[in-house]
Design a protein around this ligand. Structure first.
Ligand SMILES: Cc1ncc(COP(=O)(O)O)c(C=O)c1O
Length: 426
């Protein structure tokens, strides 16, 4: 198999035999047939591979998991019903009540909420550190009960670029895995395992789907973390699982220990596995992901450069711009570009930003990013509308800030719509 991600996105995961369907079939079945009691017993012992019940695995989902694992360069992947579910699975596979984790503070707001509020209620504590924290600062935040370090390759919506190597170095020096949410760049633009990350998560809802059709997520295991070398810290992986008649994941599944445990223990118990039809649609979208994400990023670069030249724009935040404080990190981790999302601040504040959005014609207002259609959001009027101007600034959202997700239209048409909207509010 070619190592080009363009080819992997098309071919990995599904190889039809003679006279079998060329396109990945939708296996619309909750259940599977066995020839004998022994066959089914082997499945329950996890001693033979196969499908038991579609809450845990399904042939269509399995093909897509293999494709995403190949694209990220991992040993296995596990689909989930949302990006939130994927993050939750990655964390709960390592943390129990009484445990602790360290996370970059600049991550998706829903993940902040999951870590700081909901997981805290379940006894899992998080210390947030700056995405610019030094290796020593990250290490200083770790405790004896810390189980993982977490960050986001390109943070939504701050667009901060994670120094993956520094976070990995700090995590590994503490005997911990680094978990990276790689939603925005996708494995086409950045493969965090190549920089030392151990586990990757995605909201497939974003560029992997790319057409605003299905909410979904995935966890990918690099297979590189040596759980046995830190056996005391990770008994869930290195000691018998009584809920699975004594399976020891590291002993029985080797490099696939983490992802196997996440499936047969957590997904079994939490019930967050997607239906086959959703995986089928995701597979279709993944085939064009390399083409699409590069075009999203190229459009965003053009639009960001254009916005930077406008008097009506106070500032533009996009890692591909030389003016970005993260430009050096973007050159290192995202040499082909990052993603299609830009944020910019409209001169004149909250009301003028809202007026600009209302004046747009092609670009639509959506609580979403990464769609093939360009979309836009004014956080001060929507996701952050309960905050005063002072409170907005305190949490890093300017009242006039607009989040723009560049779609796949011609960049000239995106710019033309912005231009006429700026003219309309001048
Ligand atoms: C970077 C990132 N991670 C995770 C999520 C959560 O994903 P989902 O909405 O699919 O649950 C999002 C959603 O916007 C996101 O942007």
């Amino acid at each position: 198999m070619s190592t080009s991600i363009n080819t992997t996105a098309i071919h990995a995961g599904y190889e039809p035999g003679n006279s079998e369907p060329r396109a990945l079939p939708i296996y619309q079945s909750t259940t599977y047939h066995y020839d004998s009691v022994d066959e089914v017993a082997g499945l329950f012992d996890l001693s033979v591979e196969g499908h038991m019940y579609s809450r845990i695995s399904n042939p269509t989902c399995d093909a897509v998991e293999r494709k995403i694992a190949a694209m990220e360069g991992g040993v296995g992947a596990l689909l989930a019903t949302s990006g939130q579910a994927a993050t939750l699975l990655a964390v709960l596979n390592l943390c129990s009540a009484g445990d602790h984790m360290v996370s970059s503070a600049t991550i998706y707001g829903g993940t902040v909420n999951l870590f700081a509020v909901t997981l805290k209620r379940f006894g899992i504590e998080t210390t947030f550190v700056s995405p610019r924290a030094s290796v020593d600062e990250i290490r200083a935040a770790c405790r004896p009960n810390t189980k993982l370090v977490f960050g986001e390759t390109i943070a939504n919506p701050a667009l901060a670029v994670l120094d993956i190597e520094a976070f990995a170095q700090a995590a590994h020096a503490e005997g911990l895995p680094l978990v990276v949410d790689n939603t925005f760049p996708t494995p086409v633009m950045c493969r965090p395992f190549e920089w030392g990350a151990d586990i990757v998560t995605h909201s497939t809802t974003k560029y992997m789907d790319g057409h605003a059709m299905f909410v979904g997520g995935v966890v990918v295991d690099s297979g590189n973390f040596d759980w046995d070398a830190h056996a005391d810290r990770f008994p869930g992986l290195t000691e018998p699982d009584e809920s699975y008649h004594g399976v020891v994941y590291t002993r029985d599944f080797g490099r696939a220990a983490f992802i196997t445990k996440a499936r047969v223990q957590l997904v079994r118990d939490l019930g967050v596995y997607p239906p086959a039809v959703q995986a089928f649609a995701l597979n279709q979208s993944l085939e064009s992901l390399p083409l699409r994400i590069r075009q999203h990023a190229a459009n965003a670069q053009r639009v960001a450069e254009w916005l930077e030249g406008q008097d009506a724009v106070e500032s533009v935040n996009f890692p591909g711009l030389e003016s970005s404080p993260d430009h050096d990190l973007a050159l290192k981790y995202l040499p082909q570009g990052g993603c299609g999302v830009i944020s910019f601040v409209v001169a004149g504040g909250r009301d003028r930003a809202a007026a600009l959005l209302d004046a747009l014609q092609m670009i639509s207002i959506e609580v979403h990013v990464a769609d093939s259609r360009t979309c836009v959001l004014h956080p001060a009027s929507s996701t952050h509308r309960q905050l005063t101007d002072e409170q907005l600034v305190a949490c890093g959202v300017e009242p006039g800030m607009v989040r723009l997700s560049c779609g796949l239209e011609d960049a000239n048409d995106i710019i033309a719509d912005l231009q006429q909207a700026f003219a309309a509010i001048a």
